[in-house]
Design a protein around this ligand. Structure first.
Ligand SMILES: NC(=O)c1ccc[n+]([C@@H]2O[C@H](COP(=O)([O-])OP(=O)(O)OC[C@H]3O[C@@H](n4cnc5c(N)ncnc54)[C@H](OP(=O)(O)O)[C@@H]3O)[C@@H](O)[C@H]2O)c1
Length: 342
């Protein structure tokens, strides 16, 4: 059996789900893949950092986090700066789950750069490094004979990047259309059943779908950064979220919801990208979609993307009921794929 150590950056919804998933899957990973994973370092924003080369269990980490200080689990002296912390972890994998910065991608880019430079593979649920430093980090990984993967950055655990990387060699994407933000899809659905915008937001916050400040979702930034990530990686054209033509859902009110119902349509926050004459046009806009559109039936927090390629005219990927658990699986899938392909 091969044993691999993990330095986990961020211990929020996804970080905790990832630690629990590793334990839940431990027997299967040992039997089917002859691998074992151990978390040996965890860093947070305000709940302390820990390095313990014997391994940190999910239960111990969650308990220490709840008491406000992961440092109680540390057996090593902790470096003040994150570059020193990541290097001191001596892990095989860095798993990046800190909050996204839509404008710059930092500090996650710096975390991944430090890990790759120290000889670790890096996998990221954070979209920031994908759109703001994809080429730089991929080249750095190659130079160090390591990998940088990020399956869960778009559509959580559903395979999107790996489908084109592994299963569709030679396919050229001409465009795509989809619903990539769960929160706004749920908010619109709540408004369709009579809730006010504010009540819909309060509901989404109560079930952990919307953040305390939900503007990243409502104003279309989360959708825009996902469009930028798909265009950058799968269409080979570097695109920043700021370059996506973006409108959020704030203007959708009861009258508009009613107007769509009468017309047999539904409002959706539609993500699009098209390649025309070598140029990309990308947008995130609310649209009234007819019942004939595959987007019409995407309910609740589900997501859908339909690609148009030069070999497959329409290829859809639907993910139902995503959450931190499915995102955690995307991270694990990246690690197993790295070990499989080297
Ligand atoms: N939630 C999902 O299902 C989902 C799906 C796809 C992608 N993602 C992406 O995954 C990432 C994590 O999401 P989440 O829902 O787990 O977020 P979260 O609950 O807000 O957790 C973020 C974690 O990062 C820590 N953190 C903040 N600043 C940090 C820093 N500078 N260095 C190290 N750690 C830092 C936080 O520390 P404290 O705990 O001390 O605040 C917290 O533990 C985000 O980039 C998100 O966009 C999430």
């Amino acid at each position: 059996m091969n044993q691999y150590d993990i330095c986990l950056i961020g211990f929020g919804n996804v970080g905790k789900a990832f630690a629990e998933l590793l334990e839940k899957k431990a027997d299967h990973l040992l039997k089917e893949h002859s691998v074992g994973f151990r978390i040996t370092a965890i860093a947070t924003g305000s709940h302390g950092n820990a390095i313990n080369l014997q391994g940190i269990t999910a239960t111990a980490a969650i308990a220490a986090y709840q008491h406000g200080d992961l440092a109680s689990l540390s057996t090593e002296s902790i470096e003040d700066d994150m570059v020193g912390f990541i290097r001191a972890s001596r892990a095989d994998f860095l798993v990046e789950t800190s909050p996204v910065d839509y404008q710059t991608g930092q500090p996650a880019i710096m975390h991944i750069q430090s890990a790759l430079s120290a000889g670790m593979h890096a996998v990221s649920a954070n979209k920031g490094p994908v759109v703001h430093a994809y080429q730089f980090l991929t080249e750095l990984a190659e130079k160090n004979r390591r990998r940088f993967l990020f399956e869960s950055a778009v559509m959580d655990g559903a395979p999107v990047f790996s489908v084109f990387r592994e299963a569709l060699p030679g396919a050229k994407i001409l465009g795509f259309e989809g619903i990539l933000n769960s929160c706004t899809n749920l908010l619109i659905e709540k408004m369709e059943s009579g809730a006010s915008f504010d009540d819909a937001v309060a509901y989404a916050q109560s079930i952990g779908i919307a953040e305390t400040d939900p503007s990243g979702d409502i104003d279309g930034w989360d959708a825009a950064i996902k469009v930028a990530a798909l265009v950058t990686v799968l269409m080979g054209v570097p695109l920043k979220p700021q370059q996506v033509d973006r409108t959020g859902i704030r203007a959708i009110g009861p009258d508009m919801i009613e107007q769509a119902k009468v017309a047999g349509k539904r409002w959706k926050l539609v993500c699009k990208a098209e390649l025309n004459d070598g140029k990309i046009s990308a947008s995130v806009q609310p649209e009234m979609v007819p019942s004939t559109s595959p987007l019409f039936a995407v309910n609740g927090t589900s997501s859908l993307v339909v690609f148009r390629t030069d070999v497959l005219p329409g290829l859809g990927i639907l993910e139902s009921n995503p959450g931190p658990d499915t995102t955690a699986y995307g991270l694990l899938a990246d690690m197993l794929n790295i070990l499989k392909t080297g």
